[in-house]
Write a protein that binds this ligand. Structure first.
Ligand SMILES: Nc1ncnc2c1ncn2[C@@H]1O[C@H](COP(=O)(O)OP(=O)(O)OP(=O)(O)O)[C@@H](O)[C@H]1O
Ligand SMILES: [Mg+2]
Length: 378
């Protein structure tokens, strides 16, 4: 019942409401609130009777006042008819309003229950997700330990550390075991990283200002042996001045190695791979990795960004890979407040452009080339 009186449209009600909004409720609002409370405590039928009674008394009082003002004393018949008319008009309106209030209250309760159920379901889903992550992390740990043993021992066999092997085939197999173990370890690490990012459990607390030339040079050094083996020229061009970006160093290294190794892997013998880093007008460090390789069509680009999305070309098949490099790179770039764009054309090559907000050596962000900003985003 009480809600029936909460929607007041009259100017008196508005005045009372504005008094309320100023801090203290006006006399009209106080009267309305106590009437609401009083009616709210009654059973609906009694409240209806009281309301109809109040309207009837009001109508009769109005007619008496009218007669007194204009010297026309109303007869008892007239007053009775007025009371009857008021009761007849008011009763269905009040009953309808009560029904509306009841159904609104039902909807409100339903909504409240649904919200509670949703909150419980969300909580459960988070718990399940957390448990899965935990299981996955444990499993990865369990897998990594024997994998490291396989890697270590196959390395010893491959290098014939304790004397030559009798048969050349054993040497070849030891090499294969080592390569496969390396591939599996990489797969486990990538899967774990991707799962952690998707579950929002990969934090960037370790982010710090990183000098970009140094990072690019280091990544290029790692990829150079592969480029040389494949007869691909790897060129690094960076601006003269020192450029910094606020990122997690380990992630930046992985991002650059993933992009550079893709560029080298998917470029045939005699091709070129170039990496550039420069400061843009809008205060960003732009890193571009360009290759003259096999390229991709728009549909292939879409596949490449999906986990395990490898394009089945002759050159792709020649190289081992998990198909997690690009989605992981994109996720890591975005986690570090960066953006990634990829342009490619089949047969012409591919260009991946990264853009990160530039900062100085202390981590203060540059807004524009000339301007300086506040500090790293929290
Ligand atoms: N520079 C590129 N040129 C042509 N194709 C590319 C290039 N980079 C990626 N691709 C295609 O996109 C696919 C997905 O790339 P991604 O880096 O995710 O996986 P991968 O290199 O096959 O394996 P991983 O990086 O996990 O070892 C590749 O298999 C390849 O087909
Ligand atoms: Mg890759």
């Amino acid at each position: 019942m009480s809600t029936l009186f909460r929607t007041g449209g009259s100017s008196a009600a508005k005045a009372a409401a504005s008094a309320q909004s100023r801090g203290q409720p006006g006399p009209f609002a106080r009267l309305r609130d106590s009437l609401n409370r009083w009616l709210g405590r009654m059973p609906p039928a009694v409240a209806t009777l009281v309301l109809v009674g109040m309207i009837v008394v009001g109508a009769v009082a109005f007619h008496i006042l009218y007669g007194w003002l204009f010297w026309k004393v109303p007869g008892l018949d007239f007053l009775l008819i007025s009371a009857l008319v008021a009761a007849t008009v008011a009763t269905p309106i009040i009953l309808l309003a009560q029904r509306l209030i009841r159904s609104l209250r039902g909807t409100k309760n339903q909504l409240r229950m649904m919200t509670r159920e949703l909150a419980i379901a969300l909580h459960k889903a988070e718990d399940v997700n957390h448990a899965r992550m935990q299981q996955f992390a444990n499993m990865s740990h369990e897998l990594r330990t024997p994998m490291n043993a396989i890697l270590g021992f196959s390395e010893i066999l491959r290098n014939q550390r304790f004397g030559p092997m009798g048969n050349a085939r054993y040497l070849e197999y030891a090499g294969d075991i080592n390569d496969s173990a390396q591939h599996l370890l990489e797969l486990i690490n990538n899967l774990l990283d991707l799962a952690k990012i998707e579950a929002g459990r990969f934090d960037t607390h370790d982010a710090a200002p990183i000098e970009i030339h140094h990072a690019v040079e280091m990544a290029a050094r790692m990829v150079r042996p592969l480029a040389e083996r494949q007869g691909v020229t790897l060129k690094v061009t960076t601006a003269e001045q020192e450029l910094h970006i606020h990122v997690v160093e380990r992630m930046l290294r992985q991002i650059l190695i993933n992009l550079l190794s893709n560029a080298v892997k998917f470029t045939p013998h005699g091709g070129t791979v170039g990496v550039t880093a420069q400061l843009t007008e809008d205060g960003k460090v732009r890193i571009a990795v360009r290759d003259s390789g096999i390229g991709m069509s728009p549909e292939e680009i879409r596949i490449a960004f999906q986990p395990f999305g490898q394009i089945d070309s002759m050159l792709s098949r020649k190289h081992a890979g998990t198909g997690l490099g690009l989605p992981l790179t994109k996720a890591m770039v975005e986690l570090n407040q960066g953006e990634l764009a990829l342009r490619s054309r089949p047969g012409e090559g591919t260009e991946v452009i990264l853009a990160f907000p530039a900062c100085d050596a202390e981590g203060v962000f540059l807004r524009k080339i000339s301007g300086r900003g506040e500090g790293p985003p929290q």
